[in-house]
Write a protein that binds this ligand. Structure first.
Ligand code: V47
Length: 421
């Protein structure tokens, strides 16, 4: 319980949260029932206060961000017709389908030369013909050109797909990726592990057990990874809780997860959004903040919780920093997955904007690499000092303008490059 300025203690408005507050104060693990009570409660401020407390105990006032660049080599995906929540994927011959040649990828990554980039975040569709060697050459080429930049690449779904088409084992694919320069795996593809929800939104995607198995192997090989949950689609509150508990159980076993990122479902330009009649609407601010806070409270063994500002807006992300979150993602530079799904947020943020958001929340910014090693602090940082250095080159470099997420959405004009069919 927190002490108010008049000396009284402020307890939860929702009595169901009182025993949970006691557990959080004692640093005790929350049960399945506790997690469900948190999701069922509308006492947002108490949930946020508890999560803030749990976060402060770990991370103090520090908020991380990365100077990162997202790269999506292809949007061609064999799951195009069955992952009905996704707006990014295309069939090979479909309008808007693209696959980058390695030269195109290297050219896009060259934006990093003028920027202070420390991480490439590389994910894409499950292309039926792109072989493992394409990716390994990409990683080797990026490492050669940008030796100081970490490569966080390929979701568990992509790793399992490559293992299947190459007739290799998952560990062998992971070892080859590591040898080619990959430092960590991103957390995508987890969606929600519930078989019932998965059957509705991602019927042919690898199962929750299989997703966890790929991460288990990565951790065993010394490759850390992130984890996610896609919320706001058809999942129940119990599905969310079970998903978090499955992540927590794997983390107890391996300790390999670095950060948890709740991902807010965007319903535009995808079959699920149309079927549910939800196009033009998105998750609510309350749900976004609850998912951050409850993630922090339940995942007591995962060091960091990240808010992905392209999905929930920089404004909600800033508020999330006092709801248990200690990571504001990064500069991003080219965001495609959510912008295809109707996100009205900017494609990128500059150093100045990120630092201003973090400081505006009363927190202390720290730039990190993929492994959460601090690479820069900003005690003497003066606004504008690095603006020119991080302004991305290329098609997605507008002047900074935060649009509200529910402003009229549009399909982003993606550069369609010639390349592999
Ligand atoms: O797995 C796809 C989600 C994920 C939609 O590891 C959608 O640091 C909302 O995982 N609405 C990919 N979400 C992105 C991802 C990620 C993002 C930022 C950081 C990290 C990290 C990982 O995007 C997919 C899926 O869950 N997604 N379509 C949609 N319409």
């Amino acid at each position: 319980m927190d002490r108010q300025s008049d000396g009284r203690t402020a307890g939860p408005n929702d009595a169901a949260l009182a025993p949970i507050a006691t557990k959080v104060a004692r640093g005790e693990r929350l049960s399945r029932e506790d997690a469900l009570a948190l999701f069922e409660s509308s006492d947002l401020l108490t949930i946020g206060r508890l999560a803030d407390r749990a976060n402060r105990a770990r991370n103090g006032d520090r908020v991380y961000f990365a100077a990162n660049q997202h790269i999506n080599p292809t949007n061609v995906c064999v799951l195009r017709n069955t992952c009905v929540f996704c707006s990014f994927a295309r069939m090979p011959q479909e309008d808007g389908a693209y696959t980058r040649t390695l030269e195109d990828v290297f050219a896009e990554a060259d934006a990093a030369r003028d920027n202070a980039t420390r991480e490439f975040h590389i994910v894409g569709g499950l292309h039926p013909k792109l072989r493992l060697e394409y990716y390994l050459e990409m990683f080797r080429g990026l490492k050669e050109r940008h030796p100081g930049v970490h490569i966080k690449a390929l979701t568990a779904v992509e790793v399992a797909h490559l293992a299947r088409i190459e007739r290799m084992t998952v560990p062998d694919v992971l070892v080859a990726m590591r040898e080619a320069g990959v430092t960590s795996l991103p957390g995508g593809g987890a969606e929600v592990f519930s078989p019932a929800a998965r059957a509705t939104i991602a019927d042919k995607k690898l199962s929750g057990e299989e997703w966890l198995a790929v991460h288990r192997e990565a951790h065993r090989l010394g490759i850390p990874s992130n984890c996610t949950m896609l919320y706001g689609q058809v999942e129940t509150l119990a599905d969310r809780v079970d998903h978090l508990l499955a992540l927590r159980a794997l983390q107890d076993e391996t300790g390999g997860f670095l950060t948890y990122i709740p991902l807010a479902y965007h319903p535009d330009h995808n079959e699920l959004g149309a079927a549910l009649g939800r196009a033009g609407t998105a998750t609510t601010g309350v749900d976004d903040l609850k998912n951050i806070a409850i993630g922090r409270l339940v995942l007591d063994n995962i060091p960091h919780v990240k808010t992905h500002w392209p999905m929930v807006t920089p404004f909600i992300s800033q508020v999330a920093l006092t709801f248990g979150c200690d990571d504001l993602e990064g500069t991003v530079v080219f965001e495609r997955v959510y912008h295809e799904a109707g996100a009205g947020t900017p494609m990128w943020l500059s150093y100045d904007e990120i630092i201003a958001l973090i400081r505006g929340a009363g927190k202390v910014p720290a730039e990190r690499d993929s492994l959460y090693q601090t690479v820069r602090t900003f005690e003497d940082y003066v606004r504008g000092a690095s603006q020119a250095a991080v302004r991305p080159q290329g098609p997605a470099g507008p002047t900074f303008h935060i649009e509200h997420r529910r402003s009229p959405t549009r399909r982003s004009a993606l550069p369609v490059l010639d390349g592999v069919e």
